[in-house]
Design a protein around this ligand. Structure first.
Ligand code: KG4
Ligand code: ZN
Length: 364
């Protein structure tokens, strides 16, 4: 089966073609046209500019992939930015009509989760699983009883974790997108930690609460207060910026790991699945693997852990599934995988709509 997928939920225009053969996904094309440079001057995504860019880039990307023998078209219908989603949806409808191909609506959050199946056998992940999806727009802990069976256990009550990274970066003058910039400054701090006397302490919001909800807007405010209370010379110094990035990143990581592992223990999860742009963060990936192995002994299995890139590890590890970094941030490949698993829900192109607030526990 050959699938063409389209993703335009935020600021990346994505088109991918993949083939499913012998229980494996074979990647034919995975094209992304990033709008990062355009949005940099606004310090965040500007929806109407993003819409215009998707309209310009989508036809160019589609021309670069083969339309031959496509069995299914998948398109992200939500959640995301409404004007951006509609560009992809309308484009996919026209294409489905032209190619006389069925169209499958894709939930963007489910696509982030299912990105873990790329380069892995289709039956490799065991359920129930606890999934953490952390992106620029969402922070959700989801109990997954199987593909298509989701229950949201908790989510952010205000800012998403990625949004917090972006806002901290903006306060410190590091530009957009904030995640990679904050991560790099934090790494610099770690390299010289022994020589640095500056130590900043930020709160870990809701870390000890019984529920599975999150809150990151207070953390951003704590960064802002600390920043404003410093003398201008100090707050512009490398030393301060690096120490602040290190502490803000660690505060976010601590909360995400604590709540995810608590849910995994309580629901006796057989797998932990991560997804979303924030999971591209190297420190988060490393600490998640270490803490899962340490704190969830029943998760340790004799199954060899496969890196998303397909390399077999010699060491046995806990079943925590983390996509390759480039598949954590928005891409159409994951939408193609989600379209495959939802192929039973293919609809006539006339019936497909965008839904900016689509939830993973709602049937499309
Ligand atoms: O999933 P994604 O590409 O788009 C949405 O669906 O929102 O996530 C984008 C978010 C941004 O907030 C960005 O700052 C964050 O992911 N991000 C990171 C890293 N790379 C991207 N956050 C922390 N560390 C990173 N290395
Ligand atoms: Zn996303």
């Amino acid at each position: 089966m050959k699938i063409l997928a389209i993703e335009t939920s935020c600021d990346e225009t994505g088109v991918a073609v993949l083939e499913v053969k012998n229980g494996k996904f074979k990647i034919k094309n995975n094209l992304i046209s990033s709008q990062v440079k355009l949005h940099q001057k606004y310090g965040g995504v500007h929806p109407s500019l993003a819409k215009r860019e998707h309209q310009k880039n989508l036809p160019l990307l589609i021309k670069k992939v083969s339309h031959n023998k496509i069995d299914l078209i998948g398109v992200t219908t939500g959640p995301g930015l409404d004007p951006c989603l509609w560009v992809g949806v309308n484009f996919a409808k026209d294409l489905a009509k032209k190619l006389k191909t069925p169209l499958v609506p894709v939930n963007h959050i489910e696509a982030h989760i299912l990105a873990n199946f790329i380069n892995r056998g289709l039956s490799s992940i065991k359920f129930p699983a606890v999934c953490l999806v952390v992106s620029g727009g969402h922070t959700q802990l989801i109990l997954m009883k199987g593909i298509g069976k989701y229950r949201i256990l908790g989510e952010t009550r205000d800012d998403a974790a990625g949004e917090c990274f972006d806002k901290v970066a903006r306060i410190l003058g590091l530009g957009y997108p904030g995640g990679p910039a904050v991560a790099e400054q934090a790494r610099q701090y770690s390299l010289k930690i022994k020589n640095l006397k500056l130590k900043i302490s930020l709160p870990r919001p809701m870390i000890h609460q019984k529920n599975y909800d999150f809150s990151f807007s207070g953390l951003k405010t704590a960064v802002l207060y600390d920043f404003k209370n410093r003398k201008p010379k100090e707050r512009r110094s490398k030393k301060y910026i690096q120490a602040m990035c290190h502490e803000a990143q660690q505060a976010i990581i601590d909360v995400l790991i604590k709540k995810t592992l608590k849910a995994a223990k309580n629901y006796k999860a057989k797998s932990i699945i991560l997804g979303g742009g924030v999971v591209a963060n190297n420190e988060l990936r490393k600490q998640f693997k270490e803490k899962t192995e340490k704190e969830i002994p029943y998760c340790k299995t004799e199954l060899p852990f496969m890196e998303a890139r397909g390399k077999m590890r010699t060491k046995f590890s806990s079943p925590i599934y983390i996509p390759a970094s480039e598949l954590c941030t928005d891409n159409a490949l994951m939408a193609g995988v989600a379209a495959y698993f939802n192929r039973g829900k293919k609809k006539n192109w006339k019936k497909i709509k965008a839904d900016a607030n689509l939830r993973i526990d709602t049937k499309i």
